[in-house]
Write a protein that binds this ligand. Sequence first.
Ligand SMILES: Cc1ncc(C[n+]2csc(CCOP(=O)(O)OP(=O)(O)O)c2C)c(N)n1
Ligand SMILES: [Mg+2]
Length: 563
Amino acid sequence: MTANLPLMSGGQLVVAALRAHGVRMAFSVAGESYLEVLDALFDAPEIHLVTCRQEGGAAFMAEAYGKLTGEPGVLLVTRGPGACNASIGVHTAFQDSTPMIVLVGQVARHQIDREAFQEVDFRKMYAPLAKWVTQIDMAERVPELLNQAFQVATSGRPGPVVVALPEDMLRDRRAAAVSGPYRAVHAHPCAADLAELRRLVAAAERPIMLVGGSGWSDAAAADIARFAEANQLPVCCSFRRQDIVDNRLSSFVGDLGTGAAPTLVARFKAADLVLAVGARIGEITSQSYTLLGIPDPGKTLIHVHAAAEELGRVFRPTLAIQSGMAEFAAAAAALERIAAPRWRGWREAARAEYEAGLAPTPFASAPALDLGKVMSWLRERLPDDAIVTSDAGNFSGWPNRFLQYRRPGRQLGPTSGAMGYGVPAAVAASLVHSERVVVGFCGDGGFMMTGQELATSLGEGPGPIILLFNNAMYGTIRMHQERRFPGRVVGTALRNPDFAALAAAYGAFGASVARTEEFAPAFESALAARRASVIELRMDPEMITTRTTLTALRRQAEAARPS
Ligand SMILES: Cc1ncc(C[n+]2csc(CCOP(=O)(O)OP(=O)(O)O)c2C)c(N)n1
Ligand SMILES: [Mg+2]
């Protein structure tokens, strides 16, 4: 079978496999352990190799690429140090169910288990962080094992696959047939399950849908919205998955994230049927596992998920359906609609509560920079296809509550809660869609973790606009401190650089905004600059969430203390 095939190095076989699987972009920090792969990429100009500045940022970029396109984000890093830096992005891909292929250089095969220079046993290190870890010890098996890696990363519940590449294997020359592209495998809902689903929903009084998870194509998102609208079902979304259903539709009733509206939480608890599609119903979405009983949810639960392992894992569903999102959504959209549903008023009330929540909460003393007004302006200004990325931190409550997400625009955020995601994800999104507006939301803490990846976007197209919420603290943790240990502030205050000057030093557009009326002109200037931009929002540190102040939190905590 290999008689007429040319001899290729292991490195060339890796790149030939990437080509065969349709890889168009890859993110890397170089290392001497995988020089043969880099050299083979020299001859593969159709693969856009993005040279990043730190593997944590590179891994976040690959993860964001996977989230945005549905295709595996490809990451290339060197052995121990590179792989250790990259682990945050691999963990995020795992928790966020994002397809990803991580190629890691490894020490030569004859040196393994000597603790050679930078040697790490990647099967052990990545065991709980990745969906699968392998090492390719024979160059002729590169096509086979990379094919398996793409299959595993994309099928069922998607996730990251780590492939270790011993450096001497990459130098071996072998003949091997490369095949591709991968074909992701997803289950379909069966007719009996769909009929049962319809029967259960029709019998409900106060149903609510919860959409979330990964694997949503634009078509699948449109189908699930059609199903919800046809049956007048209220739809909320899981943590940082607000872009699945157009937030402007009358069915959309809000998100179950860290800043979930108390009215939505109450409604979810009052619902007699939950139709969860794609969401794992994890800790954040379930509001620390308070929304449903465990294992008996205490109400009718229809749980649709791509992975059999997630069904019945925490909550025992009335009806479990293993299905891919596209497969389920298409089938649901084709179901006969439920005529004159009795929950119409329930849905309208939930929607009215969501819309009322779009009006900013009034604070006793109006801050000079009114973030509610800034977000309302941005909601109107952002084009339909704008991509919004988000870091982890309390600032994310502002875009999550006040922006309205939709397709083909996107929300890319780490459901893993990993700080440092916002800038790299925005850089990756602006590389994939250089024609679109990309806005990255960050806190001052998260920005300083991976902000250097702004340098990666220079010379690579227009670049994102970063909105940096500066409250000079790790605000989220300060909030928890004030609740648990009021007034005892430790380890959370930050001294920051001059962010606008820092942006300028990168060659990016930089601006600093301290008053509400300064925001719109700064944003328009950033759009006009057509290059990476940082707009620092000098926020009132009192504004610890969209709904409360630090002082109010401290007073509540002090009042609740036993005297
Ligand atoms: C990589 C990482 N380290 C630490 C944390 C814990 N953590 C969660 S939010 C937060 C503070 C975020 O600060 P900032 O980015 O300034 O946003 P803010 O909460 O002030 O709005 C920290 C330290 C985390 N989630 N991720
Ligand atoms: Mg902060």
